[in-house]
Design a binder for this molecule. Structure first.
Ligand SMILES: *Cc1c(COP(=O)(O)O)cnc(C)c1O
Length: 389
């Protein structure tokens, strides 16, 4: 089947919640994906910051193949070695031996778990950021600070207050001793790769300490090395109470986690929460391969180096107002609201990116991207921007 035919059938069979897909993809290797017409693209969106090792990475293929032949699924009635090994690795990555892991499948679920955990403090109020994205299920949507995504589904959970991101005075006003948790992305991804002031997380941490509110870091998009550190908040020197992960954790397999640290690690009691597929042997085998490969191939160091290269080159392109983000989560703000046009033209020129907001192009390529691929992206972007302007 060709692209157009596939898309037409797709529309005839699936619900219209995503609008019309622009392409039908049938194959991928590394950062190169092929559509149903046989055209190849450089994938600089990575399944929305998810394919952290690109497509068909041998480490993932081998780990998953081996595991699916050995033991497929056990449910949470039984322990198994992969989830245990992955939990041990994640605990070590937090630097806090008291941390404990809950596995799930997605970012929304990881945040739902954090939300339920926070209720175990005996408090209900929550502070989140305007523009933040935490997922689409009713609980996660209650945390999400984007009116357009919420409006049709009101009323949502009561007691959630959204404050301007990066504004510590607004946070000071909103937080109180009745607050169960504050949830923040270290860098707001969906909102257009928005970076807070350097000391923001540090100051929010001290407000949480004063009031007893849990500080939940939603590292679903920034985590797993994407921003040059494991979870994206480390630069701030804080220790969160909860970290949520998904996207890059399974490198394309459905795997999420909610990691609670310190006192928060023992809030859940037997029966409080669950997920049938959570920490499945196959998905956790992918998670283990992700961590091992990021370490072995020094991918976080590479992400930091490539960030500098991209900022240096892209900042000088006419039509670019600002290049921001960290590691390989980058927002390119244009001086006109032409991000949709640019993203479409990039696709036709063979590079996949997305318009995170009307004036911002987001890129989140696999950490396995090569310098040659980055140069190609920059060349295509330069050409497209000059054509569009
Ligand atoms: C994508 C995302 C989510 C939601 O993840 P799903 O797997 O789509 O449920 C939550 N938080 C952040 C920061 C995200 O980027």
């Amino acid at each position: 089947m060709k692209n157009l035919q596939l898309i037409k059938k797709w529309q005839a069979t699936t619900q219209n919640n995503y609008g019309t897909p622009t392409l039908a993809l049938v194959q991928g290797k590394g950062l190169v994906v092929t559509d149903a017409d046989g055209k190849k693209y450089l994938d600089f969106l990575g399944g929305i910051a998810t394919n952290i090792l690109g497509h068909a990475h041998p480490a993932i293929v081998n780990a998953v193949t081996k595991q699916i032949k050995t033991l497929t699924h056990v449910s949470n009635f039984y322990a198994h070695p992969n989830a245990l090994a992955l939990a041990e690795k994640l605990i070590a990555m937090t630097g806090d031996k008291s941390a404990r892991v809950f596995f799930c499948q997605s970012g929304a679920e990881a945040n739902e778990a954090a939300l339920k955990l926070s209720r175990r403090t005996g408090r209900v109020r929550i502070v989140a950021a305007q523009g933040a994205f935490h997922g689409r299920t009713m609980g996660a949507l209650s945390l999400t600070g984007q009116p357009a995504k919420r409006e049709a589904f009101l009323p949502l959970l009561k007691g959630v207050k959204h404050v301007p991101f990066g504004d510590i005075e607004a946070m000071r006003h909103a937080i109180s001793k009745k607050c169960a948790m504050v949830i923040l992305e270290p860098i707001m991804g969906e909102a257009g790769v928005i970076v807070p002031p350097k000391d923001y997380l540090q100051q929010v941490r001290s407000l949480c300490d004063k009031t007893g509110a849990l500080l939940v870091i939603d590292a679903v998009q920034t985590g797993m090395g994407r921003t040059g550190s494991w979870f994206g908040y480390e630069y701030s020197g804080i220790k969160p109470d909860v970290i949520t992960l998904a996207k890059g954790l399974g490198a394309g397999l459905p795997l999420g986690a909610m990691i609670a640290l310190g006192k928060a690690a023992s809030l859940f009691q037997p029966g409080d929460h669950g997920s049938t597929f959570g920490g499945n042997p196959v998905t956790t085998s992918a998670g283990l391969a992700v961590i091992e490969t990021i370490n072995k191939e020094k991918l976080m160091q590479k992400a930091i180096a490539y960030h500098k290269l991209i900022v240096k080159e892209v900042s000088t392109i006419p039509g670019v107002k600002e290049v921001r983000g960290a590691g390989l989560l980058i927002g390119i703000e244009l001086d006109k609201a032409v991000a949709n046009e640019v993203s479409q033209a990039m696709m036709h020129a063979g590079v996949l990116v997305n318009a995170a907001n009307p004036a911002t192009i987001r890129i989140a390529p696999a950490l396995t991207v090569t310098e040659a691929q980055i140069k190609k992206f920059i060349a295509v972007f330069r050409k497209v921007l000059s054509d569009v302007n």
